[in-house]
Ligand binder design. Structure first.
Ligand code: NAP
Length: 205
């Protein structure tokens, strides 16, 4: 694609967002020569319809607070505002319509989510809409993931990105808040303040 735009789409529940996500987006921006990264907090995540997730508005606002200082990052309300369960196929198709064929889409998310990609709604359509950048935590079985995708021969374009900062996890942050342990330096200060102000994660889940 000569002269086209390379748009990163950072998909996640972000409950809450943390430095691991921010480092992932920055690494993807540089390594894959992206023009911008749009953070896309899920509305009602497809994989979590039976789990308790914080209201989308809180997750959206924390993402805005965390990314505000980076001129290459934006946050989209697209999934937060779309009624019903969030499916990535709908998001990628809407972005394709909005930006046109000269924009190449790169969907960035956690490798554990990408592992299940063949089960996503309209997986074959999803495969044709974007390249996937799968961020891995230290110790991730990258060889196993590569073999599994080779065996499945799905036609998905998947690139792996190892991000040491993903030793930080949203699960750990929620647990820390519930156990009254510190989360400062694991997520930007305005997010810490927001969590305290709104009493998020007061119970373990
Ligand atoms: P998840 O199961 O909460 O996350 C799986 C793992 O990936 C967790 O370890 C998570 O760590 C990490 N992770 C999540 N988003 C990340 C990101 N952007 N960068 C780096 N690590 C990330 O996954 P999810 O939030 O439900 O789904 C991830 C994305 O895939 C969302 O955009 C979702 O809409 C999409 N998805 C779509 C379908 C579908 O269309 N049917 C199905 C499943 C997922 P943290 O907990 O620390 O974030």
């Amino acid at each position: 694609m000569i002269g086209g735009t390379r748009l990163g789409v950072m998909g996640g529940t972000f409950d809450p967002i943390h430095y691991g996500h921010l480092v992932t987006a920055e690494e993807a921006l540089v390594q894959f020569n992206l023009d911008r990264v749009v953070f896309m907090p899920t509305g009602t995540p497809a994989a979590k319809t039976h789990q308790r997730v914080s209201p989308a508005e809180h997750r959206y606002l924390m993402t805005v607070l965390a990314t505000a200082a980076n001129a290459d990052f934006d946050v989209s309300r697209m999934e937060v505002d779309r009624p019903g369960v969030t499916y990535t196929v709908d998001t990628l198709e809407a972005l394709r319509d909005e930006y046109g064929p000269r924009t190449e889409l790169f969907f960035i998310t956690g490798a554990d989510a990408v592992w299940e990609i063949v089960t996503w709604k309209d997986a074959q359509r999803v495969a044709g809409l974007a390249t996937f950048i799968a961020a891995t935590r230290p110790g991730y079985d990258l060889e196993g993931a590569l073999r599994a995708h080779e065996r499945a021969a799905t036609g998905f374009r998947i690139e792996y990105l190892t991000v040491p900062a993903l030793a930080i996890s949203s699960t750990d942050l929620r647990r820390r808040v519930a156990e009254r342990r510190p989360i400062r330096y694991l997520t930007p200060e305005p997010v810490v303040t927001y969590i305290v102000k709104h009493g998020l994660y007061d119970e373990v889940r």
